[in-house]
Design a protein around this ligand. Structure first.
Ligand SMILES: NC(=O)c1ccc[n+]([C@@H]2O[C@H](COP(=O)([O-])OP(=O)(O)OC[C@H]3O[C@@H](n4cnc5c(N)ncnc54)[C@H](OP(=O)(O)O)[C@@H]3O)[C@@H](O)[C@H]2O)c1
Length: 289
C-alpha cells in the first residue's frame, strides 16, 4: 500500500488513538493531535515503539478555540508539504448546562462542528497537493436523535439540552461534509473526497465524565452495555482512510463500512446551505490561510 500522510484529530485517546496506531502499523506517516502536550508526546512515543514506525509526529491544539485551530494549521503547513488524509475525529458530548468557550461559542458546536470545519478550510490548499486526498469527518448516529433543529439559534442559546447540542452538531457535520463534497467538485478539486461516518457505539472515555443529569446518565450507562471496543470503532475510519473501494466516493455518510442514509427528517438543500453559511461566518476571522 502506498504510504500516505495522515493527520488525525483527537488521537491521544479512544477511537482516534487506535486509528492512529493501526495506520502507523500500515507504514503511513501519522501526525497525531492532542490538546495536552505531555499526553501527545507519550502517545507518539508509544505508537513509535509499538509499531516500529518512526514516521509519527504530533501537533497540539485546544480545539475549543478557533484561534488555536488556526495556529495549529499554520504550524502544520510550515512543517509538512503534503497531506493525503485529514481525519476530523475529535469530538465530545458535554453536560446538562450550556457552556461557552473563551471565544464565546457553545462548546459542543465549537468542538464538533466549527473546529473541524475551520481545520478543513485551512488545510484545503495542502490537501489539494495530494494526488488523491480524503477528508473524513467522524459524526454519529446520534444525529438522528437531534430533536428539531432551530436554524435561527444554531448555538442553542434558548433551548439547550446536551442531547440536542450533540445530535445537532453531528447532523450539521454531515450536512457540511455533503456540501463540501459538492463545492470541491464545482471548484475543480476532483482529487479530494469528503465523507462522514458513524463509528458505532464504542467503549471509550466519550461522555463518561460529563454531568448529563440522572436520566441521561442512566441511559448512557445502559447504552454502554452494548458498546464495542475502540478497535472495532476504528475499523470504519481506517476503511475510509485507506480502502480502494471508496477512492471515488464523496459526499456520503458511512456506517459499518457501508454507505448509509443519514436521517432525512430535517434535511433540505436550503437548510444545508444555512448551516454551511453560518459555519463560514463563524470561522471567517480565522481564515487567513
Ligand atoms: N464512543 C462512541 O460511542 C461514539 C459514538 C459515535 C460517535 N463518536 C465520535 O467519535 C469521535 C471520537 O470519540 P471517542 O469515543 O474516541 O472519544 P474519547 O475517547 O473521549 O476521545 C476524544 C479525543 O478527542 C480529544 N479532545 C476532546 N476535546 C478536545 C479539545 N477541546 N481539544 C482537542 N482535543 C480534544 C481527546 O483528547 P484527550 O486525550 O486530551 O482527552 C481525545 O483524544 C468523537 O467525534 C465522537 O463524537 C463516538
Amino acid at each position: 500500500m502506498e504510504s500516505k500522510t495522515i493527520l488525525i484529530t483527537g488521537s491521544t485517546d479512544g477511537i482516534g488513538k487506535v486509528t492512529a496506531k493501526a495506520l502507523a502499523k500500515q507504514g503511513h506517516t501519522v501526525i497525531i493531535h492532542g490538546r495536552n502536550l505531555n499526553k501527545a508526546k507519550t502517545v507518539c512515543a508509544e505508537i513509535k515503539s509499538e509499531t516500529g514506525n518512526e514516521k509519527i509526529d504530533f501537533v497540539v491544539a485546544d480545539l475549543f478555540l478557533l484561534a488555536d485551530v488556526q495556529r495549529m494549521a499554520g504550524d502544520f503547513k510550515k512543517k509538512y508539504e503534503r497531506l493525503d488524509v485529514l481525519i476530523n475525529n475529535a469530538g465530545a458530548m458535554f453536560g446538562k448546562d450550556r457552556e461557552t468557550t473563551k471565544e464565546g461559542l457553545e462548546k459542543t458546536m465549537a468542538l464538533n462542528l466549527f473546529s473541524p470545519f475551520l481545520l478543513t478550510q485551512l488545510l484545503l490548499e495542502i490537501l489539494a497537493k495530494s494526488p488523491a486526498a480524503r477528508i473524513i469527518n467522524v459524526s454519529s448516529s446520534a444525529h438522528a436523535m437531534s430533536g428539531v433543529p432551530n436554524l435561527n439559534d444554531i448555538q442553542l442559546t434558548k433551548n439547550y439540552s446536551l442531547g440536542s447540542a450533540y445530535g445537532q452538531s453531528k447532523l450539521y457535520l454531515i450536512w457540511v461534509t455533503q456540501y463540501l463534497a459538492e463545492e470541491l467538485k464545482k471548484t475543480g478539486f476532483n482529487n479530494i473526497t469528503a465523507n462522514s461516518l458513524h463509528p458505532g457505539t464504542i467503549k471509550t472515555e466519550f461522555g463518561q465524565n460529563a454531568d448529563k443529569g440522572f436520566i441521561i446518565n442512566l441511559l448512557f450507562k445502559l447504552s454502554m452495555l452494548f458498546a464495542v471496543t475502540p478497535e472495532q470503532g476504528a475499523e470504519n475510519t481506517i476503511y475510509l482512510a485507506t480502502s480502494k473501494d471508496v477512492e471515488n466516493i464523496t459526499g456520503r455518510y458511512f456506517a459499518n463500512k457501508k454507505v448509509a442514509k443519514p436521517n432525512p427528517k430535517y434535511y433540505s438543500a436550503e437548510n444545508e446551505k444555512i448551516i454551511w453559511d453560518y459555519c463560514m461566518q463563524i470561522v471567517q476571522p480565522y481564515l487567513n490561510r
